[in-house]
Design a protein around this ligand. Sequence first.
Ligand SMILES: O=C(O)CCC(=O)C(=O)O
Ligand SMILES: [Fe+2]
Length: 283
Amino acid sequence: MLEIQRLTPRVGAIATGVDVRTIDDATFEQLYQAWLDCNVLVVRGQNLQLDEFLTYSRRFGLVDPHPSKSTRHPECPEITLLGVNKFGADGKLDINIYKRGGHSWHTDGAYDQVPFKATQLYAVAVPSRGGNTLFASMYAAYDALPEQLKKSIEGRLGAFVYGGRSKDNALLDPKDRNKAPALHPLVRSHAETGRKALYFDPGKILRVEGLGEKESDALIDQLTDHMIESSSEYHHEWQKGDIVIWDNRCSYHKAAADYPPDEDRIHWRVSIKERADVNAADS
Ligand SMILES: O=C(O)CCC(=O)C(=O)O
Ligand SMILES: [Fe+2]
């Protein structure tokens, strides 16, 4: 029988006693609500084929192939492989694969006009130690901002691109590297919960619109310092067969990227967008 428990007071819930291949709509609704309430949902103990993972993922929204073409599954472009082809032909560790998602706290897809609603990972292989994924709440970050900082970002837009100011975009094909920035409000109301979140990503933001370069950089530094409210953190220790879905509209995450490099840590990953018939208001 389905059981859902909170993992920490603010972020994370874990569901056990379900097989996502066979759940009915009412059970899915319970999982979806727990995910909205807790930002991150772990479903433990699954045993999936690629198509089963995709079918389950599509219940959350539109599964959209990731812009990094080189890391897509060769037979299934909607699935990205994490941790595969970690060693180059010369036998050297490819740090872009090993450290993917581990450089800084971030939200996925801020470089798109319609950012990813969710990202979902399925653990295919886990290392003997390390390799956690860390999460924190954007709601908690917004709530805890000093009043002055809240005022200075109210109504402001951030301009985001893949790679941000550091241009760290090696996982993209060269022809995909020059997309125009996407603009998003730094204070973003969640389309489903209505709650205000600090929508920010230090590795993707180029500038805060309407400010000079110095002022914009200073504000980005301040937001970087304030984006993680440590009381809202949840660190996920992976087990093989875990599915974890996070809400990119209200949570930050980061790979610990600290596991033994000669061990496998492999996930299937999907990016999920709002379906076109749903109002994904960027307000
Ligand atoms: O591998 C992880 O723990 C997370 C990587 C990441 O940031 C992502 O998949 O978006
Ligand atoms: Fe990520």
